[in-house]
Design a protein around this ligand. Structure first.
Ligand SMILES: Cc1ncc(COP(=O)(O)O)c(C=O)c1O
Length: 354
């Protein structure tokens, strides 16, 4: 989406944007942006929100403000890399809470008591999930929130894909509304499709932790960009229509992927994602890294090997949140079909070199 398109959603927004001052903004985020963000939640006021430069800064601030070297945390696995790696580089120990491929990438809250230790400080969860497209049931989610609260652990809930559930009935309550110590992570990048704004946030009633993250922000970015804060506020006034537009793109694309995976079930298997623009299929002939490398070299289509997310080496991540996905899928299909032809011919070329 262009700036002009976004400003065009609201009469007068373009003129107001032109007059915007370029001084520093308020460190926790502008009061009006924090108010707009707080309206996404039921128990959160503007004072419970800290605006960050993308979700990435919030992850960094949380891991450094909430944890000390030697602390232990339990992290949903496979995962978006920084949810585990930032903690590791801060000197913490990470135990995986493993999503099970055989259960369509479900997480089992019954495993949690065995995963925590006396030194555990936090549980990191990602719902809806990157890279599998899994979404917990409400019951499992609320059990996880209750478990963390009962044990005095902080639940850091990465909810950057919240609002992109394929069936709206599955939408979970935000963790910050479900538990007084829990932290919800949000961002303009995913559900609203505006990653170039680099506006993210945390929402929490855990005032001590929010304050410590806010202090640390003085040493990372100080404050967010004024134009981005303005544009994020415009976007949030149209949050539902932006999310609906992106859910529409996802719904169209996933139908194409369904057909693709049926046509090529001898090569791929997948658990159809239930939320978000990402899935985690398995490449049945073996290790997916070589296949991904050959594909990007031959066709310029980038799939991400599952090992980058701490997942099985046979899996890869596929994104379907962009309007251009059908074109990329056509290239993937040509690549697969060409390889099938080649593999039947003399000197049989196999899938992937790795
Ligand atoms: C689960 C998850 N959390 C956080 C982020 C970081 O978001 P941003 O790039 O907007 O900072 C991403 C980005 O891909 C993500 O997938």
């Amino acid at each position: 989406m262009s700036i002009a398109e976004l400003l065009g959603m609201e009469p007068g927004a373009s003129e107001a944007f032109g007059k915007l001052g370029l001084g520093y903004t308020e460190s926790p985020g502008s009061p009006s942006l924090r108010a707009a963000i707080s309206r996404l939640y039921t128990s959160i006021g503007p004072e419970n929100v800290l605006v960050t430069s993308g979700a990435e800064e919030a992850i960094f601030l949380f891991m450094h403000a909430a944890l000390a070297p030697g602390d232990h945390l339990v992290v949903h696995q496979p995962c978006y890399q920084s949810l585990a790696e930032v903690a590791r580089t801060a000197g913490c120990e990470v135990t995986a809470w493993q999503a099970r491929e055989e259960s369509a990438w479900a997480l089992d809250p019954d495993e949690l008591p065995r995963l925590v230790r006396p030194s555990t400080r936090a549980i990191v969860l990602n719902v809806p999930h990157n890279p599998t497209g899994f979404l917990m049931s409400r019951e499992s989610f609320l059990r996880t929130v209750a478990f963390a609260e009962a044990r005095g652990l902080v639940l850091f809930s990465d909810e950057v894909y919240r609002g992109l559930e394929h069936a709206p009935a599955g939408r979970l309550p935000p963790a910050c509304d479900a538990g007084p110590s829990a932290i919800s992570l949000g961002v303009m990048s995913k559900t609203y499709g505006l990653p170039g704004l680099r506006i993210g946030w945390v929402a929490t009633r855990n005032e001590d932790l929010r304050a410590r993250m806010a202090e640390l922000k003085d040493y990372t970015t100080i404050c967010a960009s004024a134009p981005s804060e303005f544009l994020a506020e415009v976007a949030l006034r149209h949050a539902e229509s932006l999310a609906e537009r992106n859910r529409g793109i996802i719904a169209d694309n996933i139908r194409l992927l369904d057909d693709f995976f049926v046509r090529h079930q001898d090569i791929f298997s997948w658990h159809r994602p239930i939320a978000g623009p990402i899935g985690f299929p398995r490449f049945l002939p073996g290790e997916a890294g070589g296949f991904c490398r050959d594909l990007v070299e031959a066709r310029g289509v980038l799939l991400a090997p599952g090992v980058l997310f701490g997942g099985p080496e046979g899996c890869f991540r596929i994104g379907f949140g962009r309007r251009s996905m059908p074109e990329a899928l056509a290239h993937l299909e040509m690549f697969v079909e060409q390889r099938l032809v080649d593999s039947r011919g003399p000197g049989a070329i196999s899938f992937g070199r790795g």
